[in-house]
Design a protein around this ligand. Structure first.
Ligand code: ZN
Length: 612
């Protein structure tokens, strides 16, 4: 085999080529120079770090065959993820095809417009050789008919170039398998936006058509956000933890998501969320996109380097249980918008509005009274990531409630130390002790993760306060957080808004054609008490037709306590329900900054870095 000669004894070598764009297939050739004499085992991960769900990526391997010294070799399948090759005294070569038709940040996607892949979907792990350098040759699609249709294709990735030129096809490398699968790759004709943040080159590759994208504004805003975060963790040196950073952005009509990596992130967003040249106003969509970028960028420190102990290293074969996602996702969710206000990208009023929205969302679900954020973290694999119609009644989000826990702790430390300490100090301590040297351990600082006990102790040590009881309540308990008291200490009033108390069925609905289908029924609400169920299709209220668009206006004609007759289809059988309308139990709060007391207002300004 021609490729065999390229692989040295001390590297694992892959070549990946978009083989059939219309069939969405990548072809991969894996060359193992010195295979295990007992029979080389290879496998694909069951999950991708950052997305806590078993996805069994090996199911997308369509065909696989092995060769030894150019001759066909037996390959036995061991389980759904793994194979063992027969003994081979020479170079073992595996050829396999990967089906790539998942338009998400978690897997791989390929067609005539672009290719995208995560290593967890495409690169078999060579057992026993994970610590060797891994080389990847990224090849362009074949131009079989000489049309030059792919002449404009480039490559965007944070993988380091070996022989490739920046943004070109060619060979790239990683120090280990763990690193290899942490650099997703985009190929195609993307727009490239470049900027520096505290001296480190950053870029964003935007795939998908976006007319009049305001690239200048995007670069300027991202720079502010990134520099704010670098300075947060390294106020003295302003040193970023990576040599360069890449945002891979896939633009679609309607989408939102991101996945963090050590020197890059894969994002998916809606076209209309991106800024338009000549339209300088901050739209809600663009604010959300900046929040997403900020969130994934914060993970460069929090979860990619500061990690839960069980992620150091990851076990890619099965679930890795941790009670700490409230810190790694929740605190990241807290800082994503906080960084935007500190960077001057959004104002204080907008920020307090976002906090209120998060709080109101958390207070909506009865699941918060049954599951703690520590439990929600632990069960992420089967509950948070696999939500069904009962989720609002059973599950609490370690993202949203976790961000409120961060808020509560931050405000408590600021008030308790008269502004001398804050959550920023706790994050910096975590960074210094666990994160900074994670990938290049010095003596005494092996790449180790953090435990629940470490975190509890660190909070007390850094704040000088006794926070154990508060952590027990907020993290391991299910009672609502005492946020009003904490807010008062920073001169912020927390008060119910007029939205509360409207007549309601207490349901979430989903539009199905023109029909109004119940997506979930909130425990203790009017619909639940009358016997309506998730999946029921509403037909009429008091004999008047209900559609997907008129439920709210129909209910607005009634008062709390009124009895109405609801007709609904369940499995296409008409059923009748007598419903006593209850007041919308969702609590709606708004947060208002105050000028007094002066010391408290000063603490608030320091928190948000508001000038003046
Ligand atoms: Zn996250």
């Amino acid at each position: 085999m021609a490729r065999t000669s390229k692989a040295s004894k001390n590297t694992v070598h892959y070549a990946i080529r978009p083989a059939d764009l219309a069939l969405h297939v990548f072809e991969v050739t894996l060359t193992i120079a010195s295979p295990d004499p007992a029979g080389q085992v290879v496998s694909l991960p069951a999950w991708i770090p950052g997305s806590y769900m078993i996805r069994e990526f090996a199911r997308n391997i369509v065909q696989i065959r092995a060769e030894c010294n150019g001759r066909k070799l037996r390959l036995a399948k061991l389980d759904k993820h793994s194979w063992r090759a027969a003994r081979c005294d020479g170079a073992l070569v595996l050829h396999y095809q990967v089906y790539a038709w998942d338009l998400s940040v978690r897997a791989a996607h390929l067609d005539q417009t672009h290719g995208f892949f995560n290593g967890t979907s495409t690169f078999l792990q060579v057992h026993g050789q994970e610590a060797l350098p891994h080389v990847v040759e990224i090849l362009p699609p074949d131009d079989a008919n000489g049309s030059a249709a792919f002449a404009g294709w480039r490559v965007a990735t944070s993988l380091r170039e070996l022989k490739a030129r920046r943004h070109r096809f060619g060979s790239y490398f990683a120090d280990s398998y763990d690193e290899l699968i942490d650099h997703p790759v985009e190929m195609g004709e993307f727009q490239l936006i470049r900027f520096e943040a505290h001296g480190v080159p950053h870029e964003m590759a935007v795939t998908g058509r976006v007319p009049n994208l305001d690239t200048v504004r995007l670069a300027a805003d991202l720079k502010k956000m990134c520099e704010q975060q670098i300075a947060l963790f390294e106020p003295a040196t302003r040193r970023a933890p990576m040599e360069r950073y890449v945002f891979l952005t896939m633009v679609v009509s309607d989408g939102y998501g991101g996945l963090e990596h050590r020197a890059s992130t894969a994002l998916i967003c809606s076209r209309n969320d991106l800024p338009v040249k000549g339209q300088p106003a901050m739209s809600e969509g663009y604010r959300g996109f900046l929040g997403l970028c900020s969130h994934e960028y914060f993970h460069t420190w929090n979860v990619k380097r500061i990690k839960p102990a069980v992620f150091a290293p990851y076990d890619l074969r099965e679930e890795n249980y941790t009670p700490l996602l409230w810190l790694f996702e929740g605190f990241t969710s807290y800082y994503d918008d906080l960084v935007l206000v500190r960077a001057g990208l959004i104002d204080e009023k907008t920020y307090l509005g976002l906090l209120a929205k998060t709080l109101n969302g958390v207070l909506r679900g009865a699941g918060r009274l049954k599951q703690s954020v520590a439990e929600s973290s632990f069960d992420a694999w089967t509950k948070y990531y696999r939500q069904d119609e009962n989720a609002p009644n059973a599950v609490v989000s370690y993202y949203t409630k976790g961000s409120l826990v961060a808020l509560l702790l931050d405000l408590t430390i600021r008030a308790g130390t008269r502004g001398k300490r804050s959550l920023d100090d706790v994050m910096r301590a975590l960074w210094r002790r666990y994160g900074r040297d994670f990938y290049s351990p010095k003596a005494g600082t092996t790449g180790r993760g953090v435990t629940e006990a470490d975190i509890d102790a660190l909070f007390d040590e850094i704040s000088g306060l006794s926070l154990k009881a508060l952590l027990d309540r907020a993290v391991r308990g299910t009672k609502d957080l005492p946020l009003d008291e904490a807010f008062a200490k920073l001169a912020i009033a927390m008060a119910p808004t007029s939205k509360a108390g409207k007549p309601s069925l207490e349901v979430r609905t989903r539009k199905e054609g023109g029909d109004c289908k119940l997506a979930s029924v909130h425990e203790g609400g009017a619909a639940h008490l009358a016997g309506l169920s998730a999946g029921d299709v509403l037909v009429a209220i008091d004999g008047l037709r209900v559609t997907a668009s008129n439920l709210e206006t129909t209910l607005a004609r009634y008062r709390v306590g009124d009895n109405v007759v609801v007709h609904a289809f369940r499995r296409d059988e008409l059923m009748t329900f007598s419903v006593a309308l209850t007041a919308d139990a969702a609590q709606h709060y708004a947060f208002e900054p105050r000028d007094k007391p002066l010391a408290a207002a000063k603490l608030r300004k320091a928190w948000l870095k508001v000038r003046g």
